[in-house]
Structures are given as C-alpha cells and as structure tokens.
Design a protein around this ligand. Structure first.
Ligand code: ADP
Ligand code: MG
Length: 286
C-alpha cells in the first residue's frame, strides 16, 4: 500500500465534499457490498411537515404548545415540524427534558411529566392508543404521540419527504453491486412507503439505537462488508460498528464524531462518489 495513493484519494475526496477522517474507511468503502441507510435526516430532507393533529382531551392548540415545549431543545428533525407549527404560540417552560434516542422526548410541563414519541414508546409506557390515533401511520405519516404517562393527550402525523436525489443515488449504488437496506426507528408503514419510493427492498423498521448496532452485526456475521450512513444521536453506535460509517454533515455532532467519512454537502450523490473513489484508490494501491 502506498501512503501517496491514499493521500491523493483523500485529497480528491475533499474536493468532492467528502471528509475522510479515518484511514480504515477507504478500504472498507472499496470492499463494501451492503449499504445500510438511516431514514430520517439521511434519505429524507430532515424537514418534516406537520400534516395532522388529533387532540384527545386538550384542544389542538394546547396539544401543540405542550409538544413544542418538550421539543424546544431537541436536535431531532421531527422537533422542527412541531416547533414550526407552534410558532407564535406562547410555550410553557419544560423542566428536566431528556431525549430518548430512537423513541422521543420526556420532560415536566406545568407540573406534569409528559412523553412525546413513537408508538413503541407508548407501548413501553402502557398508554393505550385509540384506533384513530393508530390510523395515522396507515396513511404513511410518521405518528407521534403525546401522553402524560397513562393517557394519550394527542396524536400528530408528520411527513418528511425523501431527498430529491435519493432515488437516483439508490439506483446508482445498486448498479455498483451494493445492496441497500433501510434501517430506521420509524414506524414500519411510513418506512416501507419511503423505501418503495426509493427502490429499496429490504426494510428494518421500529429499530432502537441498540437494535441498529445488532442489525449491522448480524449482516457482518453473514460475511457482509457493511457501510452505514446516518445522521442522528441514535446512529452513533451503528456508525462505529459498521466497517465504514458515513455521517451526514448536516447531522448531529455525536454522529459526525462517530463517522469515518463525513458528507459535507447534503447531496447524497457524495456516497456514490465515495464508493467510486475508494475503489479506484484501492486498485492503485494493490
Ligand atoms: P430514524 O432512525 O429514521 O432516523 P429515529 O430513530 O431518530 O428515526 O426516531 C425514531 C422514532 O422515534 C421517530 O419516528 C419518532 O417517532 C420518535 N422520536 C425520536 N426522537 C423524537 C423526538 N425528538 N420527538 C418526537 N419523536 C421522536
Ligand atoms: Mg436519522
């Protein structure tokens, strides 16, 4: 192996908006056969819109205020949808707010401990979900639930569209012989809908951060060379577990620190360039 070839490759990469932070990445990318992709914020724009509000008890505006109060300090893309929808409303103080990566957030608002997050979170809390609330996911929206620990207060539907270049990127990666796998903490129905739109056949949904690591380990145990691409706090461990971890530059600091390669431009075609460049560099080296 010639360090010069590596230097040339990483230099060329920088010109394409790809930051190679760790040496192992070049070789792992060149040998990769499986590309595991996070959904929210990676394949999608990360700017979801709030599409529906179903209040159960408090009014619609009150439900929004409570949810937005919990999300005020959140780095998650979903938080933006709620904060934007609540713009102009006076938000109550939220105390002791804690992110539950891959599940949601919790905190104390107006003297009550409130939880906001996925269906899985509600199941863990033992909060029953009325049928209308469950139907949000059947429409293809990511469902979010606000509860006080016993009772559902509201359900929200959010939709985060895929990045416009994502279908082309997936097609290009397949043409390079890579198998794409969608790995997400989102509900299976909206996850499958996005996967279908992008041409991804394999979907692992409703997966918590530890589950993402396990899923990658399982693929590696089958002898696969795995690249993982992610953006969130919930992706850091998976980025480290993969043979190469690619962090989306617009993602959270924790993900960026865990990445071997950073996509500095938000355009996902950087991934295709990273694979091509690594393959070329390895041919030069060996
Ligand atoms: P992905 O793996 O697609 O990036 P995440 O693991 O970040 O998704 O989130 C999985 C699910 O957990 C979301 O679809 C949402 O239901 C819930 N969730 C996570 N973080 C938050 C948050 N800050 N506010 C509300 N819901 C959240
Ligand atoms: Mg994400």
């Amino acid at each position: 192996a010639t360090p010069a070839a590596i230097a040339v490759a990483t230099g060329r990469a920088a010109g394409m908006g790809l930051l190679f932070r760790k040496g192992r990445a070049l070789e792992a990318l060149a040998r990769a056969d499986t590309l595991v992709l996070d959904k929210t914020g990676t394949l999608t724009l990360g700017h979801p819109a709030l599409t529906e509000v179903l209040p159960f008890g408090p009014g619609e505006e009150e439900a929004l205020r409570l949810a937005a109060a919990l999300e005020r300090g959140s780095e998650h893309p979903i938080a933006k949808a709620l904060l934007e929808a609540a713009r102009g409303l006076p938000l109550p103080e939220a105390a002791g707010v804690r992110a539950r990566p891959g599940e949601g957030v919790e905190g104390v608002v107006e003297g009550r401990r409130l939880y906001l997050g996925s269906q899985a979170l509600m199941e863990r809390l033992g909060v029953p979900l009325p049928r209308e609330a469950q139907e949000l996911s059947q429409k293809g929206y990511t469902p979010l639930y606000l509860a006080d620990g016993e009772r559902l207060l509201a359900a929200f539907g959010v939709f985060d569209p895929p990045r416009p270049e994502a279908p082309g990127v997936v097609a290009a990666l397949k043409a390079l012989g890579l198998k794409p796998v969608l790995l997400t903490g989102d509900h299976p129905v909206p996850a499958r809908r996005v996967a279908e739109a992008l041409g991804i056949e394999e979907v692992l949904a409703g997966v918590r951060p530890e589950g993402k690591v396990e899923a990658i380990r399982r693929l590696q145990a089958e002898g696969r060379q795995v690249v993982f691409v992610g953006d969130g706090i919930n992706d850091a461990a998976a980025l480290a577990q993969a043979d190469a971890g690619v962090a989306v530059g617009t993602g959270t600091d924790i993900a960026i620190e865990a990445g071997d390669v950073i996509l500095l431009s938000p355009n996902l075609f950087g991934l295709v360039n990273a694979i091509l460049l690594s393959r070329r560099a390895l041919r030069t080296i060996y």
